[in-house]
Design a binder for this molecule. Structure first.
Ligand code: GLY
Length: 332
C-alpha cells in the first residue's frame, strides 16, 4: 500500500507574485539553473511575495524599486498594503482573531546588513511591519512583544486602532458555535505575506507579517516574527520567507535553512524543495499541514515550494501584465 507521503505533492507556494525588471519566465527549473553574472554597476531589481494578495503589495514595492529605491523601503511599503487591507483576513487589519476575539499580530523585517527587527503578539496597530522596522532602527533589540511592543509603538507615534472588523468578528462568533473553543490547525487558517526584494544596488531585504493562526490560543506566536523561521536574509547569498503552519516552520528553522542550502550551491527552487522535504520528514501527519517557502538569491533567481497538493505558482510580469499559471508540482 502506498504511504500517505507518496500521495503528497510538493507544490509551489500557493501563488507567487513577482515583479521584476528582467523578462519573466514561468519558473526557474533546477535543470537550467545558472546564476546570472552580477553586473558591476546596476542590478535589475525584483520583488516577489507569497499568495495572490501579494500582487497589490508587489505593485507598491515595485514603485519604489523601479525608481532606484531600496529593497528595505520596498518590502516595508509593499506589505503595508496587505496589512491595511480589511478584506484580507490573515494579515493586519481585518485579520481573524484568537479564540478570545483578540487580533494579535506578528511581523519581522531584515535588511542587507543583517539588521533585523520584529514584533510579536502586538495588538491594536495596523502596520506591525513598520513597528518592526523601528525596533530594528531605533532600539538595541531585535524583538519586542505584547504590551511592551504596543507601548513602544505608541511612543513612536503609531495610532491605536480597532483591528477586529465586523466580518472577522462574525467569523469568530461562528467559529465559537462549533469549535468547542479548541484551536485546530488546518489549511484555511494560516496565511502570511512574506516579501523578498533585490534593489538596484544589489541589496536584498525581506518582510513577513501575519495575524497568525486563526482562533489560536491567546499568546500564541508563530514563525512570522522569528528571524530564521519566517524570514531570513543574507546579502552574500539570498533571502527566504515562509507561509503556512508556523509551528512546522519553526521546527526546521525554515527560512534560515533555505538560505544555507543556497549558500551550499542549491538553486532557490532546490533549496525551497529541500526545506519542504525536511518538514515532511519530521511530521507523521501531513493532513492540513500547509507550509510554503519562497526564495530569492543574490542574482535575482527565485523559487518556491510548498507542502500542499495542487498548488500553483502565478507569476506576474509588470510590463505585460501577464499572469502565468505555471502549475508546477513534483511528485514526492
Ligand atoms: N505563518 C503564520 C503563522 O503560523 O502564524
Amino acid at each position: 500500500m502506498k504511504s500517505r507521503r507518496q500521495f503528497i505533492k510538493l507544490g509551489t507556494v500557493g501563488s507567487l507574485s513577482l515583479i521584476t525588471a528582467q523578462s519573466c519566465s514561468s519558473s526557474q527549473n533546477n535543470d537550467n539553473y545558472e546564476r546570472a553574472t552580477p553586473t558591476p554597476s546596476k542590478n535589475k531589481p525584483i520583488v516577489i511575495s507569497t499568495w495572490n494578495h501579494g500582487q497589490a503589495a508587489n505593485k507598491a514595492a515595485w514603485d519604489i524599486l523601479k525608481n532606484g529605491g531600496s529593497s528595505l523601503d520596498a518590502v516595508e511599503k509593499g506589505v503595508r498594503v496587505t496589512e491595511s487591507d480589511p478584506e484580507n483576513m490573515s494579515v493586519g487589519l481585518g485579520g481573524l482573531p484568537d479564540r478570545d476575539g483578540r487580533v494579535t499580530l506578528d511581523a519581522c523585517i531584515m535588511n542587507h546588513e543583517s539588521n533585523c527587527g520584529a514584533v510579536a503578539f502586538l495588538e491594536h496597530i495596523e502596520n506591525p511591519i513598520s513597528v518592526a522596522r523601528k525596533v530594528m532602527e531605533e532600539t538595541p533589540h531585535v524583538m519586542l512583544a505584547g504590551e511592551g511592543a504596543l507601548t513602544f509603538a505608541l511612543e513612536k507615534g503609531f495610532v491605536k486602532t480597532n483591528l477586529l472588523t465586523d466580518k472577522a468578528k462574525e467569523a469568530w462568533k461562528n467559529w465559537l458555535k462549533d469549535s468547542e473553543y479548541q484551536p485546530v490547525i488546518n489549511s484555511e487558517n494560516h496565511d502570511t505575506i512574506g516579501m523578498l526584494a533585490l534593489d538596484e544596488e544589489g541589496n536584498l531585504a525581506g518582510a513577513c507579517t501575519t495575524s497568525g493562526m486563526a482562533y489560536k490560543l491567546n499568546g500564541r506566536i508563530g514563525d512570522s516574527p522569528i528571524i530564521g523561521a519566517g524570514l531570513f536574509v543574507d546579502n552574500e547569498v539570498g533571502a527566504a520567507c515562509a507561509t503556512g503552519v508556523g509551528e512546522a516552520v519553526v521546527r526546521v528553522a525554515g527560512s534560515a535553512i533555505v538560505v544555507e542550502l543556497m549558500r551550499q550551491g542549491k538553486s532557490p527552487q532546490e533549496a525551497c524543495e529541500e526545506a519542504v522535504k525536511r518538514i515532511m520528514d519530521k511530521h507523521q501527519n501531513l493532513d492540513n499541514l500547509q507550509v510554503g517557502f519562497l526564495a530569492l538569491d543574490k542574482y535575482g533567481n527565485y523559487g518556491s515550494s510548498s507542502v500542499y497538493a495542487g498548488f500553483n505558482m502565478a507569476l506576474k510580469d509588470h510590463k505585460n501584465d501577464l499572469l502565468i499559471d505555471a502549475n508546477y508540482t513534483l511528485e514526492w
